[in-house]
Design a binder for this molecule. Structure first.
Ligand SMILES: Cc1ncc(COP(=O)(O)O)c(C=O)c1O
Length: 382
């Protein structure tokens, strides 16, 4: 039984077939060849970009940049945006529930630039303190970077509202969508965000591929993140002219197979339907919450009114690692640890939690089995 979907998801056969098909029938480098295979690979790669655009409802295909994943997308923005727009005395606002990959890049950057990182607090139920967030937006704020869904608590942030507040002060917003894309239909135009980032492997696609969506007007103004092949229009020893979007931000040979696999994952999700996925997961979340509440000594962390299907919990009797190990012995995969959110663990005064993160393929029967296994944990350690 697999309940570690927030770490990475299982892959549908269609995704595995797409990877296999690329390597057996289409393998070639893209954008540089006039030959048949190169055109086949280029078309497949670019079709995936268009599939991503439609999936998140971006306005232009060239606003979709392929990266290695959420982490690289955030680092790209941190590095490139800041070169142009972040100066000494400025602030970057994040929240207390961010994943390390949406903390450390900003922290390092602020240190380098003499800027200040401001952290919007969260409540005891695991919800962002929206008023405190708003108070942190000042004339000095240059960027907001906030997660849509917390990987450790499941809280769904009111990102549209946050974006509205930031935009009222002329501040652009990056949304970390790593945990949102597997669960919610995404519409970047409706949200109004300036950047939106996610990872392929958390959305039933391959590892090694991810997405940065950026508004074209901003991306146009930002310098390249990496330099080299493919991101250039022309190179002379005295002057290089950079390529247009999206290629300006895709230096070198990309993960062609990964992009094609991600396209297959998106086709699959479109077929299943994000609305159906959200409805099924809402039911699972409610049921799983009841199951956990019925077990003595279990405390759920993250009780936001609006939650995705993440069940983070601690037990009086057992350390999260003991829980994880005992469940593993019964063939149940959960995650135990700080979930790359150490400041959040500190906020709740726990060293770690046990986390069951659900995907659309999980079932109530599996949650029953989880409940029974946790009762045994209680008996053994209690
Ligand atoms: C909210 C959030 N942001 C960022 C990341 C980093 O994703 P990746 O390791 O795929 O770059 C994760 C991964 O768990 C996450 O949950």
């Amino acid at each position: 039984m697999y309940f570690d979907n927030a770490a990475t998801t299982q892959k549908p056969q269609q995704v595995i077939d797409a990877l296999n098909n690329y390597y057996t029938r289409q393998n070639s480098n893209i954008h540089r060849g006039v030959h048949y295979l190169s055109q086949l690979a280029t078309n497949a790669y670019e079709e995936s970009r268009e599939a991503v655009r439609q999936f998140i409802n971006a306005k232009h295909t060239h606003e979709i940049i392929f990266t290695r994943g959420t982490t690289e997308s955030i680092n790209l923005v941190a590095s490139s945006f800041s070169k142009k727009f972040l100066h000494e005395g400025n602030t970057v606002v994040i929240s207390a529930m961010e994943h390390h990959s949406n903390i450390v890049p900003w922290q390092v950057l602020c240190e380098e630039k003499g800027a200040r990182l401001r952290v919007a607090p969260i409540t005891d139920t695991g919800e962002l303190d929206v008023q405190a967030f708003q108070r942190m937006l000042t004339g000095r704020t240059k960027l907001v970077a906030v997660t849509y869904v917390s990987n450790a608590l499941g809280s769904v942030n009111p990102v549209k509202e946050l974006i509205g507040m930031a935009h009222a002060r002329g501040v652009p917003v990056l949304v970390d969508g790593a945990q949102a894309v597997p669960h919610l239909a995404i519409d970047v135009l409706e949200l109004g965000c300036d950047f939106f980032v996610f990872s392929g492997h958390k959305v039933f696609g391959p590892t090694g591929i991810g997405v940065l969506y950026g508004r074209a007007e901003l991306l146009e103004e930002m310098p390249p993140y990496q330099t080299g092949g493919d991101m250039i229009l022309s190179v002379r020893f005295d002057k290089t002219i950079f390529n247009s979007l999206p290629h300006k931000f895709e230096a070198g040979t990309p993960d062609i197979a990964g992009a094609i696999g991600l396209g297959a994952a998106i086709d699959y999700l479109n077929h299943v339907g994000m609305d159906r996925i959200a409805a099924h997961e809402a039911e699972l979340l409610q049921y799983g919450t009841e199951v956990l509440h019925s077990i003595d000594g279990v405390r759920i962390l993250g009780n936001a009114a609006h939650k995705a299907s993440v069940l983070s919990f601690v037990m009086d009797a057992a350390h999260p690692h003991d829980i994880g190990q005992m469940l593993d012995g019964e063939g149940i995969a959960i995650r135990a640890g700080h979930h790359c959110a150490q400041p959040l663990m500190e906020r709740f005064d726990v060293p770690a939690t046990a986390r069951a993160s659900l995907a659309f393929y999980n079932t109530r029967e599996e949650l029953d089995a989880l409940g029974k296994a946790l009762e045994r944990v209680h008996e053994v350690f209690g």
